[in-house]
Ligand binder design. Structure first.
Ligand code: NI
Length: 144
């Protein structure tokens, strides 16, 4: 793998005023999460908020992890899931299948593409007949 050179970004320093109670709660929170500095924790908060904003834009680039639990005997669902992924080969980039028990299966499907497109595809997977539990975790990746 060839390492890509990234453009060096200029760093800006900012000052933030917080009351001492809020600051001590924040310090406790980020220490518990393993952050070594406030700057890193604040950068992540800003990125998360920007990512949330971008996730509302159907044209933004993103990835989605779709988690499905289903009974593989139900409604030819295993075959339908495979067919759907093959027909969206550019968006369905990976999947993991775990046999949970005699009947139950867990399928994790990773989608990549425009937020609007992959969200729609995730919804059609979750609403598929036979899916007992389904969840879409979508992250917009267009953040600096
Ligand atoms: Ni299975």
């Amino acid at each position: 793998m060839v390492a890509r050179s990234r453009k060096t970004k200029s760093l800006e320093r900012i000052g933030i005023s917080l009351d001492s109670t809020l600051l001590s709660m924040f310090d406790k929170l980020i220490a518990g999460q393993g952050y070594e500095s406030r700057s890193e924790a604040i950068r992540d908060l800003v990125r998360q908020q920007l990512s949330r904003e971008f996730a509302g834009d159907p044209k933004a680039e993103g990835v989605a992890v779709v988690v499905l639990v289903y009974d593989h005997h139900a409604a030819n669902i295993a075959e339908k899931l495979i067919r759907l992924q093959h027909s969206h080969i550019l968006h369905a980039i990976s999947s993991l299948h775990v046999h949970l028990g005699a009947h139950d299966c867990l399928e994790i499907i990773v989608l990549r593409g425009r937020v609007g497109r992959i969200n729609k595809m995730g919804e059609s997977l979750v609403s598929m007949k036979g899916v007992r539990l389904g969840r879409i975790n979508l992250v917009a990746t267009e953040t600096p």
